[in-house]
Design a protein around this ligand. Structure first.
Ligand SMILES: [Zn+2]
Length: 386
């Protein structure tokens, strides 16, 4: 479901009573005590359960209670699902019950922002999700972890994020500036000399770009290992707008754990003997790892007290265990502790760049100014070298 892949709402939550992560449909089945057939749509939940749900069901991330069931809705015209069934967390006063730093705080309108881009982890469609779900089931059957371990991991991560914070003063323009720098080709180096411009077809625009590289070298270092994909940068801009002047969590505490999980992802993908995704493991850092794999790697490390080789040993055990008897035990939804890690990291990188870059934040304008400067150097040089 959307929630694990950068989504906006709590489509699943943690039931204390059932000690597992569930979605609205699963809760309906559990409460009514019957398994539906495959064709059945979302089941009704009797309103007599409302009070019980409010105190039993917790947010997967911040752990707050106050869950209300919101049923799915379809567009009247196209019959497309425009709102998934989900849990809305409300306090006694009717306001958002999530912790202000919770990833679901203020985001529970339940409207799907990209209905076509959804990957439904609850379905069997995604091969990589199916693979990970099987491994999760094996881990539970082998007593390597259980649903409450997953819950504990989520809580641990949440507290880590919430323990350090900063005020959001980054602007969308600063994010855009960082994005332009990220896209600027800076690997080739070239030093301008006015004599070069005597070439009949001299490329002034290219010269300006080379010069730009020389003048902004330290900034490219800050951008190392950040993604190029526009979606992450756009989301980073959205975050700066949504959280303008608010206190938000500081992601740097998360970074060593994210990096470790990513390293484990790459090792596992290269050595597991099964194919997790079409993406080359060496480019996970730039393109992003498969989210279900990242989530399971995070869990392996969490259970192994962040000892890389212990986590690898555990993963080997998962891969070598017999096929699980019960596939329903491994709901991977809600597993990913690194929700929106990448756009938040881009927000921080943009802040770092903005604080060390003094010469304006208009990329095309800056290039034009540099070109004008080089042309002027050439003009003066010509006067001396007629
Ligand atoms: Zn929450």
């Amino acid at each position: 479901m959307q929630v694990i892949l950068g989504g906006y709402m709590a489509t699943t939550a943690y039931s204390k009573h059932y000690a597992r992560e569930i979605d609205v449909e699963q809760l309906a089945w559990l409460l009514s005590g019957r398994q539906p057939d495959a064709s059945e749509q979302v089941s009704e939940i009797d309103s007599k359960w409302s009070e019980w749900i409010r105190s039993d069901v917790q947010c997967s991330s911040c752990g707050r209670i106050g869950a209300h069931v919101v049923r799915s809705a379809r567009s009247r015209g196209t019959q497309k699902v425009i709102r998934q069934s989900h849990f809305r967390f409300l306090g006694q006063d009717g306001n958002d019950a999530h912790h202000p730093f919770c990833e679901f705080y203020g985001e529970d309108d339940g409207v799907l922002s990209q209905p076509d881009g959804l990957v439904n982890l609850g379905s069997e469609r995604s091969a990589e999700t199916r693979l990970i779900r099987e491994l999760v089931c094996k881990g539970i059957e082998q007593n390597l972890f259980d649903q409450s371990t997953i819950r504990a991991m989520r809580q641990w991560f949440f507290e880590l994020k919430a323990s350090s914070r900063f005020r959001m003063t980054v602007t969308p323009e600063q994010v855009e500036w960082a994005r332009c720098l990220r896209r600027h080709a800076h690997y080739q180096r070239w030093t301008f000399h006015p004599a070069q411009a005597e070439m009949p077809g001299f490329d002034w625009a290219a010269a300006a770009k080379y010069q730009f590289t020389e003048e902004h070298l330290p900034l490219f270092e800050l951008l190392r290992e950040t993604p190029v994909e526009a979606t992450h940068w756009r989301r980073a801009q959205e975050l700066t707008i949504r959280h303008k002047d608010q206190e938000v969590f500081d992601l740097s505490a998360l970074r060593p754990h994210y990096d470790a999980a990513l390293t484990l992802c790459r090792f596992v993908a290269k050595n597991a003997g099964v194919k997790f995704s079409p993406t080359d493991p060496d480019s996970y850092r730039w393109k992003g790892p498969p989210v279900p794999l990242l989530a399971l790697c995070g869990l392996s490390l969490f259970v192994s007290s962040w000892d890389m080789n212990a986590a690898i040993a555990m993963f080997a055990k998962l891969l070598r265990s017999p096929a699980p008897a019960d596939l329903s035990r491994g709901n991977v939804i809600g597993l990913n502790p690194f929700h929106e890690y990448t756009p938040w990291r881009l927000v921080q990188v943009s802040a770092d760049i903005a604080s060390s870059s003094f010469d304006g934040q208009d990329y095309p304008g800056r290039l034009a100014a540099i070109e004008a400067k080089l042309r002027e150097q050439h003009r003066l040089w010509k006067l001396q070298n007629p």
